[in-house]
Design a protein around this ligand. Structure first.
Ligand code: GAP
Length: 456
């Protein structure tokens, strides 16, 4: 919604149990966040929606859950050991650390730091006296490349041989299992492998809440295909991801494609979809045509052939890969920002409401006895019965108006009121969160009625 600020979203998330600062009682660990009871419901629904679109409804796609810790050679083959780094400078005055490319981007849109060498970047920063965002002075160290991978050690001896990395992306788990999945699923090209899982990056720059964190979840899908058939598939996934975002509730006018001008050497095309967050446009996902680079690298580094025998032509080749990757936390954040509205009602009062797509709403219904003394027994029976079908909440404290507001602010799409009519005629009133209109329906029809509304 328009006019929503990050401060409002962060406060609402904290107040109502969506997202808390990580390790809060120790004053937090920068760029880490814990999903609370309501946030975790949204996140799980987003993951289920992704599974439905990218695995279940996507012909010939298979899910994987690979280990987070992989053989260190994987990251040499992928290029992460040698090249997955940020160009950092330290301010000599206030000792804060910054990304050189971000300093330049913030200073001028006339140059593209991605196309500059480290030397060109530091020269540009010095020639233009770009100020430190913290202290305003311009006195920096030279640039040092800082690898983003978290490193740890296995076993008891801490040496080069014991190094393992926390994976910085899911994709490599899918590539190293290409042959396993192809063989066991008897899959023919084109086929896909998808995975939802944690990734870790030692990000040093401020995060904009859950937008940039050091631990996050990715929903990644790799489509393996015959070389030469990749471009139409790439175009398809650009559209497919955008439609997925729109179906979850992000409006088209707040989404835009950002085609990459400068590509990593092995990619033949790359495009992000960006969403207009309250702090500006930011990347939600990426579609990448990675050619046969990853499988070829793994063939080279592992010594195991990664080629595919085409049953129709008898040709042997290494497949191309079109990747579609979505940041789960960034998508949840976009959906939180989009859902929020501070609404002025006809009588002049205001309400805060989260207009979530019912599919992702933490609770699907709130069961409310009109008068606790008379209706709570029946209401609890209704609550227990509905809980067999979907997540429900029960609220009997305060007047009914207050209880509606509590349901609105956490985005519960339906409030079910239990009153004398329920006791006498087995009917309930169902109030819609967005229109605030009420209808009367029979208790017997209620599960099917709600169930139909909460599908994705
Ligand atoms: N396998 C390809 C890959 O990892 P990426 O663009 O580096 O590509 C994919 O990351 C997605 O992961 C991004 O589009 C973004 O949504 C999410 N992402 C990347 N870094 C992140 C971070 N530090 N915090 C939260 N999400 C992040």
């Amino acid at each position: 919604m328009e006019n929503v600020t990050m401060e409002k979203i962060v406060n609402l998330c904290k107040q109502y149990g969506f997202i808390f600062q990580g390790s809060e009682i120790y004053d937090g660990l920068a760029n880490t966040w814990d999903y609370g009871p309501l946030g975790v419901r949204i996140k799980n629904a987003v993951k289920d929606a992704w599974r439905k679109r990218f695995i279940q409804e996507n012909d010939n796609s298979f899910e994987l859950d690979a280990a987070i810790l992989m053989h260190p050679r994987v990251w040499e083959a992928s290029g992460h050991v040698g090249g997955f780094s940020d160009p950092l400078v330290d301010c000599k005055e206030c000792k804060t650390r910054h990304r050189a490319d971000h300093l330049i981007e913030g200073f001028s849109s006339d140059v593209i730091p991605d196309t500059m060498t480290d030397e060109e970047m530091i020269n540009y920063i010095r020639e233009n006296n770009i100020p430190c965002p913290k202290c305003g002075k311009s006195n920096y160290t030279d640039i040092r490349e800082f690898n983003l991978m978290f490193e740890t050690h296995r076993g008891v001896i801490k040496d080069d041989k014991s190094v393992v990395y926390l994976r910085p992306e899911n994709a490599q788990g899918e590539y190293v299992n290409f042959l396993n999945v192809q063989r066991t699923m008897r899959a023919k090209l084109p086929f896909g492998i998808g995975q939802i899982g944690k990734a870790f990056r030692n990000e040093i720059t401020p995060g904009n809440f859950t937008f940039r964190t050091i631990e996050f979840e990715q929903m990644e899908h790799q489509l393996f295909c015959k070389p030469g058939t990749d471009m139409p598939i790439y175009e398809h996934y650009k559209e497919y991801a955008k439609k997925f975002f729109m179906d979850l509730g992000l409006p088209e006018e707040k989404l835009r494609y950002h085609d990459h001008d400068k590509l990593v050497f092995y990619a033949s095309a790359a495009c992000d979809i960006e969403y207009k967050y309250p702090f500006g446009f930011g990347e939600l996902n990426g579609t990448h045509d990675r050619t046969d680079y990853d499988l070829s690298q793994h063939q080279k580094f592992s010594g195991k052939a990664q080629d595919y025998l085409d049953p129709e032509t008898n040709e042997k080749y290494i497949p191309y890969v079109v990747e579609s990757t979505v940041g789960c936390d960034r998508l949840v954040l976009a959906l939180l920002c989009e859902a929020y509205e501070e609404q002025t009602l006809e009588d002049g009062s205001t309400r805060e409401v989260m207009h979530f797509n019912p599919y992702i709403a933490p609770y699907k219904v709130a069961v409310l006895p009109l008068v606790k003394k008379f209706h709570s027994e029946k209401a609890q029976e209704v609550y227990r019965n509905l809980s067999k079908y979907f997540m429900c909440t029960y609220d009997e404290s305060g007047n009914i108006g207050k209880r509606y507001r509590r349901a609105d602010v956490i985005g519960t799409p339906y409030c079910i009121t239990i009153d004398d009519e329920t006791l006498n005629n087995n009917t309930v009133t169902v109030r819609d969160r967005d229109t605030m209109e009420q209808i009367t329906i029979s208790l017997d029809e209620l599960p099917a009625y709600v169930n139909e509304k909460i599908q994705f």
